[in-house]
Design a protein around this ligand. Structure first.
Ligand SMILES: Cc1ncc(COP(=O)(O)O)c(C=O)c1O
Length: 391
């Protein structure tokens, strides 16, 4: 047999999926994978059932239905403050991941480099590598409970082949919410070197303690060089529906849409029709969601601290990236992977080992990521189990 494509050589099952398999085997609680087990809001479900009954089952336009693109364009203007031209600036895709893939294929050639900030979301690096594009990691530093960005390190990482910088705000796994000053420093570099900016804002509605989500594309002059990626998986607890989008200047969005046509033709039609009919959801939905996640964040951080881990409340998203603290190097906690196994076997609780989020896996060895997007009773049970076992 002829060999498989070389691009698959380095592909392995991700730690996140491996951990899910292990925790399911022992019937434990999965705080590893970033899936939310809460219900999809009823108005969205009902509108989608109606769309299915109405026979909205045929392909939509490659960039999404007009109604959904209009709803997203309205939200991009009012919530994100992005100066979109209109629905022609929006491409609906199969999750924000589908939109990211179409954007990557639209912007980059093999051999190009894209800068991302470490710790990073593994799919960003993985999808770039799959297409022969080199992810270059610029480390963030943790100090005073927050992950900060050093513009000098960004400047040092920019090279001849650098074509873009990727910002995740709020970030998975660090929870970092990029501030006005940080974005100003980032765009100063980006403009100096004429780079594109890709932003992943999938956690845009989970920003705590009165902070405000700042969309990079809303900055003066930023829209022309910024592709904003987001979606509905996290906000509406619908990770399996696969609906997300890219927002970009109309002529760039047109190309992303044409690539989206060739990769997937379109996002699932009845789900697009149903979601568009249900949007916008009332403001109270978002307020309640944030209040619920704020309480869960406290519950998670308190339990991890009681276990002796270094845990700070994240600024955004729904993960705690905890340090192993004094436990690092003790039996069962020799590194992040053995610590993950120990947590599964002793407490029946799964997390994700830190190396998944670092270019050099050794740099992640002192960290574990816990996801608190769970029903309150399930999270309570997981926290009790952790404290009983390690507190
Ligand atoms: C930062 C980030 N972006 C994107 C995704 C996936 O989003 P979607 O379901 O819209 O493809 C995730 C899922 O965990 C994520 O953490």
């Amino acid at each position: 047999m002829k060999p498989l494509a070389a691009r698959t050589d380095a592909l392995r099952q991700s730690d996140i999926r491996a951990v899910t398999f292990e925790v399911n085997r022992v019937g434990g609680i999965n705080l590893g994978q970033g899936i939310c087990d809460l219900a999809t809001p009823t108005p969205i479900v009902e509108a989608t059932v109606a769309a299915l009954r109405d026979g909205s089952q045929i392909y939509t336009a490659y960039n999404g239905t007009q109604a959904l693109r209009e709803a997203i364009a309205d939200k991009a203007m009012s919530f994100n403050g992005i100066p979109v031209e209109g629905p022609e600036s929006v491409v609906v895709s199969t999750g924000s991941t589908g939109a990211f893939l179409a954007t990557v294929l639209t912007l980059f050639e093999p051999g190009d480099e894209v800068i991302l900030f470490e710790p990073f979301y593994g799919y960003h690096a993985g999808i770039l590598r799959l297409h022969g594009i080199r992810p270059v990691a610029v480390p963030l530093t943790k100090g005073g409970g927050r992950w900060t960005f050093d513009p000098d390190r960004l400047a040092d990482a920019i090279a001849d082949r650098t074509k873009a910088v990727l910002v995740c705000t709020p970030a998975n796994p660090s929870g970092k919410v990029w501030s006005e000053d940080e974005l100003a420093a980032l765009y100063a570099e980006v403009e100096r070197h004429d780079l594109w900016v890709l932003t992943d804002e999938i956690y845009e509605h989970m920003v705590y303690d009165g902070r405000r989500h700042l969309s990079p594309a809303s900055r003066d002059g930023a829209y022309e060089r910024t592709i904003t990626l987001s979606g509905f998986s996290k906000t509406f607890n619908m990770t399996g529906w696969r609906l997300g989008y890219a927002v970009a200047p109309a002529e760039v969005a047109e190309k992303i849409g044409l690539v989206n046509d060739l990769t997937t033709i379109c996002a699932p039609a009845p789900l697009q029709h149903g979601l568009a009919a249900a949007l916008p959801l009332p403001e109270a939905y978002y307020t309640q969601m944030l209040a619920d996640y704020t309480a869960k964040r406290t519950r998670m951080v308190d339990a991890l601290r009681a276990c002796g881990f270094d845990a700070d409340p994240p600024e955004g998203a729904y993960y705690v990236l905890a340090g192993l603290g004094d436990r690092l190097g003790t039996p069962g906690f020799e590194n992040a992977r053995t610590a993950t196994t120990t947590l599964i076997e002793t407490a029946g609780v799964a997390c994700v080992p830190g190396p998944s989020f670092f270019a050099d896996p050794a740099d992640g060895d002192g960290h574990l990521r816990f996801c608190y997007a769970k029903e309150a009773s399930v999270l309570d049970e997981a926290c009790d189990r952790l404290v009983d076992a390690f507190g």
